[in-house]
Design a protein around this ligand. Structure first.
Ligand code: AMP
Ligand code: MG
Length: 180
């Protein structure tokens, strides 16, 4: 099964996914990492937080190449985003040309409250996170839901929303495991 896991930066989707992958013996592929490898090989970026600053037309080419590489992995959990906040506005993580290559079976949305997300972002010094107000975080989560529904309509993948609230990581993992 190819399961796409999405969530705004800082929501803790990687932690949820790692718990699920361990239980199910599945590999995780990070879409951003594959895009970064493609973009770096072409001399376009030096770190992963520069990808979303590239012209969207360039992001699209890199994104499509990544979709093909990830499909070839087979059964896998895919760590990615429903929408990416670019300079050009919200950019779809799984537009039609990506879905056609990736063929996902499930789409998971990991969510938390805007306050929880803001607090978690403040603690992560490993990344260049963009500064966002709580209202912007909420809008981003909302846009991700709308985008997920469109992806479902195009691909036939089902959608599940799972909450990763403070102290609720184990509960979130348990909830995702029901999907298998
Ligand atoms: P992440 O570590 O998950 O934040 O991913 C790093 C970067 O990869 C993101 O900021 C995006 O620029 C890019 N990225 C990840 N997934 C996708 C996708 N499905 N479509 C386009 N860009 C993506
Ligand atoms: Mg992550």
């Amino acid at each position: 099964m190819r399961m796409v896991v999405t969530g705004v930066p800082g929501v803790g989707k990687t932690s949820v996914m790692e718990g699920v992958a361990k239980e199910k013996g599945l590999a995780i592929v990070n879409y951003g990492t594959v895009m970064f490898e493609v973009a770096r090989a072409e001399g376009l970026v030096e770190n992963r937080d520069q990808i979303r600053k590239l012209p969207v037309e360039v992001q699209r080419v890199v994104q499509e190449k990544a979709a093909q590489k990830i499909y070839e992995v087979g059964d896998v959990i895919i760590d990615t985003h429903c929408t990416i906040k670019t300079i050009g506005g919200y950019y779809p993580g799984l537009p039609e040309w990506v879905l056609r290559k990736l063929k996902p079976h499930r789409i998971l949305l990991v969510e938390a409250t805007k306050e929880e997300i803001a607090k978690r972002r403040g603690k992560d010094e490993s990344r260049t996170r963009d500064k966002e107000t709580n209202e912007e975080i909420e809008e981003h989560q909302m846009m991700n839901r709308y985008a997920a529904m469109a992806y479902s309509m195009l691909s036939g993948a089902s959608i599940k929303i799972v909450f990763n609230h403070d102290g609720g990581l184990e509960a979130a993992i348990k909830e995702v495991l029901k999907v298998f």
